[in-house]
Ligand binder design. Structure first.
Ligand SMILES: [Zn+2]
Length: 157
């Protein structure tokens, strides 16, 4: 699926093909791709060893760098930290933690991904929820005023 990445220090959007992979344990960006697009890489304090499915250490070695950026997808925006790793021809992998947190609606037949479910950890949806809450509260206050006008004082709480 296509996502857009923006470096924290720039407004320029970079179109990226991201792979949804329920077998991956995190968020990854390809080393060569990250270098080519000049993403700022931050060294990780405790490097992570990458293991294969059978438990052996992957020849790609350890993950020592991370890239932090903003990711845009179908009206959804979030700040992500991706581990830099050699992914070959794949540019970005969104693994199980991301899938579980977003629980996207996937139409396997049409090969379509929809962000229709509530997203507790991410920026935009959360802000919208907050706005809705505010509107509700204001309405309630208005209701109270109307009630006060209509009801005798002894019924006020
Ligand atoms: Zn998100």
């Amino acid at each position: 699926m296509k996502v857009e990445l923006k470096k924290l220090e720039s407004y320029e959007g970079i179109a990226v093909k991201a792979l949804l992979d329920s077998g991956a344990t995190g968020l990854f960006i390809d080393t060569t791709f990250a270098k080519e697009k000049e993403f700022k890489m931050e060294r990780i304090k405790n490097p992570l060893l990458v293991k294969n499915v059978d438990g052996t250490v992957n020849v790609g070695g350890a993950i020592t760098y991370q890239v932090e950026c903003n990711m845009f997808f179908k009206g959804h925006v979030e700040r992500v930290k991706m581990d830099v790793y050699n992914l070959g021809k794949i540019e970005v992998i969104l693994g199980m933690p991301w899938l579980a947190a977003h629980n996207p609606e996937i139409d396997w037949e049409k090969r379509e991904v929809k962000m229709t479910r509530y997203l507790p950890i991410c920026g935009k949806k959360k802000q919208e929820e907050e706005k809705k809450k505010k509107v509700k509260r204001i309405k309630k206050d208005k209701d109270k005023k109307i009630l006060k006008r209509l009801m005798p004082k002894r019924f006020w709480k």
